[in-house]
Design a protein around this ligand. Structure first.
Ligand code: ADP
Length: 353
């Protein structure tokens, strides 16, 4: 008897006759009924994500290990090719298949995948907090030291009145820096709690993009930037927390406005590249980011030194964006070349009713 075990991933867009054909083919190849489980991706999205199923129908060989995913137009031919090989592997393995005590092992796997995601998110939160605290302890000291030196100098040299305005100005600037740091830290703390309490739902991405773009009109005008919004139609509903999504777009647009010299060209566009993900891109024609920094700008506290302007953040924005996008099972990254602008991309899952 065959000991191979497979999942057949389907979705609303998979035609019934396709599923039937596959089932019949598996049966003809000698696959017993209990060795095949049919899984709907909308009911078990975490499992689909964990097994990297990006299109349906897809056949996942769960046993013997390693797992293997088959998908694509020639799925039937692939099954014909692989099934006998899997059977040979299973027989050579000699081990009995894992005991199937419940008819729905896939559901248990789904729960396990969900729990693993929560653990990963919690661990990432703790690591992130630790990094922020470490950075704080280190960095708050500099402006504090500068303020106390300015005050001590004022105190010790009351006769040098001409120095007073300059020292007071220095102390003020340092206090502003402290204030900016503390605001950023408080924001991270608030965002962190929200990242843990994401409330994903069906979201009209074009609507959110237009709202965020609208809210940037004043800032864009003050820096004489132009903003182009380019949404590939039809754009499917995405499964996301709308507030968190707004925060990510806000951060990316804010950076594009901030780091691009006046008169820049900024754009937001979408791409619906697979049936499961939508890609959003925020691009600018600013200074760009060297290859060596493209990963570390997503770490907390990374501010690159080569921008000749007043910093207005504390290098936490992109770290928070990454946390939010990862909590949505998405990816965020940048493509850039110094002098040729930056393109920040992120992906979101498509909503499946
Ligand atoms: P902040 O803007 O507060 O410094 P971020 O985490 O948002 O923090 O960004 C980290 C760093 O990445 C920035 O300090 C800047 O050096 C770089 N960066 C981010 N966005 C852009 C951009 N659009 N163009 C050039 N550099 C950027």
């Amino acid at each position: 008897m065959s000991t191979v075990q497979v999942y057949l991933f389907t979705s609303k867009s998979t035609h019934r006759d396709q599923i039937k054909q596959l089932q019949q083919r598996l049966e003809a190849l000698g696959c017993p009924k209990e060795a095949l489980q049919i899984v709907d991706v909308s009911e078990q999205p975490y499992l689909a994500e964990r097994l990297r199923v990006v299109a349906t129908p897809a056949l996942v060989k769960a046993y013997p290990e390693p797992r293997q995913v088959l998908a694509g137009k020639d799925l039937l031919e692939q099954v014909d090719y692989w099934w006998p090989r899997w059977q040979t592997e299973a027989e050579a393995n000699g081990q009995p298949p894992p005991a199937v005590t419940s008819p729905d092992v896939a559901r248990l796997e789904e729960e396990l995948a969900r729990a693993q995601l929560t653990i990963r998110q919690l661990t990432a939160q703790v690591d992130f907090r630790n990094q922020v605290i470490e950075m704080l302890a280190h960095d708050l000291r500099n402006p504090l030291t500068a303020v106390s030196i300015a005050l001590e100098t004022l105190e010790m040299a009351p006769q040098r009145q001409e120095l007073a305005p300059q020292l007071i100005q220095q102390a003020r600037n340092q206090v502003k820096t402290l204030d900016r740091m503390i605001t950023s830290i408080l924001q991270v703390s608030r965002n962190q709690q929200k990242v843990l309490q994401l409330n994903p739902q069906a979201v009209q991405l074009p609507e959110v993009i237009q709202q965020v773009a609208q809210s940037f009109q004043t800032l864009l005008a003050s820096r004489q930037h132009t903003l182009q919004v380019d949404i590939a139609e039809p754009c499917p509903l995405v499964f996301a927390d709308p507030d968190a999504l707004r925060r990510v777009l806000n951060n990316l647009l804010d950076n594009a406005c901030k780091y691009t010299p006046p008169g820049g060209q900024i754009s937001i566009s979408t791409l619906h590249s697979t049936t499961l993900k939508v890609q959003v891109t925020v691009a600018d024609n600013g200074p760009g980011i060297p290859l060596t920094d493209q990963e570390r700008i997503f770490d907390p506290s990374t501010r690159l030194a080569n921008h000749n302007q007043e910093p207005s953040g504390y290098g936490l924005g992109l770290a928070v964006c990454r946390q939010i996008i990862q909590a949505h099972y998405g990816r965020i990254w940048v493509e850039s070349e110094p002098g040729r602008g930056s393109r920040f991309h992120f992906t979101l899952p498509v909503y499946r009713p």
